[in-house]
Design a protein around this ligand. Structure first.
Ligand SMILES: [Mg+2]
Length: 232
């Protein structure tokens, strides 16, 4: 663990979800592939090889996750391109598939449950701020045993690294920005985004990623979630 200018008092902790508290094993990619499989049985068609379709799905999801359009619009684009009529029904099918897959696909970080339980015992308020759509992100959070508030970008109308997302988190937790720590794996959207908003940015470096130059340095770097317990 490395620390730098770490304030003495952390009153509350916000968490990123994906690749911080848990992983979803590309659940949404698989849901799109299942949608395609059903669609081809009902008059739709593939527009590429299967591996090409996977690349197209990943590119579509990347654009959606960057905030370019909603998940509903992503499904609409996907089914329209493949001649699958009644987009509204496919959107509902897609969402239901994703929710059904959470129990099997979502795996907690090995020390997530223990860390969250210890923070609860210490009466340190915790919340999740995550980019994605509801209720998928809420269900993923519950799957790893998280019991606190889950703020989802599609509901907020704004997503990380926008300062308004972190302000919404501080407001929901009723803590000053400077006493709120935010833990996440993505340097630009989690750490730099939260620090630019005045939060205590903690980088969860568990997957050997590099920290881009030019971004504000994190207040602390942890390599396992339990290391967080030494900071609060
Ligand atoms: Mg993440």
């Amino acid at each position: 663990m490395q620390t730098q200018n770490l304030p003495r008092h952390i009153a509350a902790v916000g968490f990123d979800f994906d690749h911080t508290l848990g992983i979803d094993n590309k659940l949404e990619r698989v849901a799109f592939l299942r949608l395609l499989d059903e669609g081809c049985d009902r008059g739709g068609r593939c527009i590429d090889t299967l591996s090409g379709e996977i690349e197209r799905i990943d590119a579509l999801l990347a654009r959606q996750r960057a905030g370019e359009f909603t998940i509903e619009h992503a499904v609409d684009i996907f089914v329209s391109q493949r001649g699958m009529p009644h987009a509204d029904r496919w959107i509902e099918t897609y969402k239901a598939m994703c929710l059904d897959m959470v129990a099997a696909f979502v795996i907690p970080q090995p020390d997530a449950r223990r860390t969250l339980a210890t923070l609860r015992e210490r009466n340190i308020p915790c919340a999740i701020l995550t980019n994605g759509w509801s209720p998928l992100q809420q269900l993923k959070a519950r799957r790893v045993g998280f019991e606190g508030p889950v703020l989802v970008s599609a509901d907020l109308g704004v997503q990380k690294p926008d300062a308004a997302a972190f302000e919404a988190l501080a407001h929901a937790m009723d803590v000053p920005l400077e006493e709120l720590a935010y833990v996440g794996d993505t340097p630009a959207s989690d750490v730099a985004g939260s620090m630019r908003c005045g939060l205590i940015g903690i980088w969860f470096d568990a997957e050997g990623a590099s920290y881009e130059t030019g971004l504000p340095r994190p207040s602390a770097v942890i390599h396992s979630l339990t290391e967080l317990l030494a900071l609060v």
